[in-house]
Design a protein around this ligand. Structure first.
Ligand code: HEC
Ligand code: HEC
Length: 233
């Protein structure tokens, strides 16, 4: 069902994670800095954590440490990427062993949160085709063009309550910053939340709250509109 290339990437990320974990395991966690550990993330998230659309890796710079930490646990524990449809999520799930344990999850999250946000996405392939996998979740139909003005009323009426007027998030509500995420990544996450591919795990309380909100976006056009507005924040 999935193209061979996706499977190869999955396999690669899993074996890279294993190799990394084994070679570095001798060093006590306290002696490994977040910066050193981040090197293992650059392949998919970019050297500066600015994201890499070609690898489906979102920008991490600009996210808060508490949010990054929570999502690493969610990927590790299967609260996120529990669906076979979620190919990028499965790839990220396979990358979690190399982040080791509580101590290093905290230090890598703090390191990433200190990086400068908003740099242009990394691109390491020729051409513009961003996806290496085939699925309805690889992107919205190309004919759909977001209308930021239409998205503004949705955002200010619904999303702002948790993500803030500027899109910078709210820790108490578990809502992360949306400011530096790419349109492609946000559209995918909104489709995921809408269709139960993210935020439907019974233990993921805040994810369930977001999923309920995504279900108010009843058409793909509504998703494109609200994302077009968020990109202007
Ligand atoms: C083999 C590629 C790959 C590697 C290596 C990788 N990631 Fe990811 N990561 C992804 C993909 C793809 C996603 C997006 C998943 C999705 O779309 O749901 C992601 C998502 C994330 C997210 C969620 C971001 C958000 O906005 O919710 C965090 C946090 C994250 N990765 C941290 C890391 C860290 C830290 C490392 C290094 C230890 C790492 N990743 C290594 C591919 C990778
Ligand atoms: C009730 C609070 C709440 C409202 C309202 C809300 N969200 Fe969220 N949103 C969240 C939470 C909590 C998360 C993180 C879920 C998780 O932990 O996986 C989230 C996650 C997201 C993400 C994924 C971010 C990432 O880094 O992966 C996007 C995109 C998003 N929301 C967009 C929206 C949009 C667009 C709206 C309005 C239609 C909206 N949200 C309304 C709480 C909310």
């Amino acid at each position: 069902m999935y193209p061979l290339r996706s499977l190869l990437i999955l396999f690669f990320s899993f074996s890279a994670a294993q190799a990394f974990a084994q070679s570095e395991w001798e060093t006590p966690n306290e002696q490994v800095t977040g910066e050193e550990l981040y090197v293992a993330c650059t392949f998919c998230h970019g050297l500066e954590a600015q994201g890499n659309d070609r690898r489906d890796g979102p920008a991490l710079a600009g996210l808060q440490a508490w949010y990054i930490e929570k999502q690493i646990y969610n990927f590790r524990n299967g609260l996120r990427a529990y669906s076979e449809e979620d190919i990028p999520g499965k790839i990220m799930h396979g990358s979690t062993p190399m982040i080791r344990d509580e101590f290093t999850i905290k230090s890598i999250s703090e390191y990433i949160a200190g990086l400068e946000p908003g740099l242009p996405m990394a691109r390491n392939a020729v051409g513009d085709r961003p996806f290496v996998w085939d699925s309805p979740y690889a992107g919205l139909d190309e004919s759909i063009v977001g209308d930021a003005a239409a998205g503004a009323s949705t955002y200010n009426g619904i999303c702002m309550i948790c993500h803030g007027a500027e899109g910078s998030g709210n820790e108490a509500l578990g809502a992360g910053s949306l400011k530096y995420l790419s349109g492609m990544y946000m559209e995918r996450q909104l489709m995921y939340f809408r269709d139960g591919i993210r935020g439907a795990h019974p233990e993921d309380v805040t994810g369930q709250q977001m999923a309920a909100m995504a279900k108010t976006l009843t058409t793909d056009q509504a998703i494109a509109d609200v994302v077009a507005y968020i990109l202007e924040l």
